[in-house]
Design a protein around this ligand. Sequence first.
Ligand code: NAD
Length: 290
Amino acid sequence: MEVWDKMQTAGSMLVAMAIRGSRTPMEVVMEDLYHRVARWISSSQRVVVFTGAGVSTESGIPDFRSPGGLWERYNPDDFTFQRFQESEEARLRYWAMSTEMYRVLKTARPNAAHLAIADLYRIGRLDCVITQNIDGLHQASGLPRDRVIELHGTALEVGCLGCGKRYDRDEIQERLLRSSQAPRCEDCHGLLKPATISFGQQMPQRETAEAFRRAEQSDLFLVVGSSLVVQPAASLPLAAKKAGALLVILNRDSTPYDSLADALVRGSAGEALGKIVGEVRTRMGLAPST
Ligand code: NAD
């Protein structure tokens, strides 16, 4: 009897797969989910996309917390803002880690996830991207600068902690090759640091306020590739949800806000976003993106 039940179940699954074009049950579930998110995006007025390091791993840039991520090789406590200010040794260690990351960032190119988000903008379905990333890949994918809010700064520039003067990153990298000391400002001799926000460093006020404003005004807030553990950025989904937005979380691993999400998509950012935005185009009667 039990064997017969199993055969019947397997048989009906095969029939269902045949009807659906030989897709597995999991593929059917995922496609239903993509369609639902695409439907929401199509009918939303203000879609805000919030990205973390996971949106760039498919461009070859490691994130911090996944296996093989940067925090497996470095101790985050060594890279606080306070340590950077206090000791030359900490600054040299910081520049060594940051140089390693910059070499990867410099050659990285936008991947399918960045391109799908830029496509959302092109078809008029994106208010803005709020990113925790420092790699500049959203801008490189074709998003105008004023549509990208960089919460944690950019690794493509260097700033003076004394007078605020900005430098091109490549110029400072050249200087690092010629000196055994941490670089200083040519105007005020202040400490130079990549224009990114370290642990313990004050968040940029204008960008942070703007990010919360846009999150609260959004009607759909889509998280892509963030563990949602770095504050205050991780509070943005909550702020959006409290203000009435639909919350969609697309991430490979679980996050502390999963139970709040209206839709939870587990998987690759590039693949899922490509399918979701493709479906948005279809719903809008547009040709597939080339
Ligand atoms: P995180 O490392 O804490 O989390 C990344 C999340 O992305 C993980 O939960 C992982 O499951 C998910 N992920 C990884 N690859 C994915 C993929 N291909 N598709 C879907 N999900 C994927 O990153 P965070 O939350 O952004 O916080 C870390 C901090 O370090 C942030 O400030 C971040 O911007 C910064 N950081 C930036 C970069 C970058 O600019 N590319 C790289 C590393 C770290």
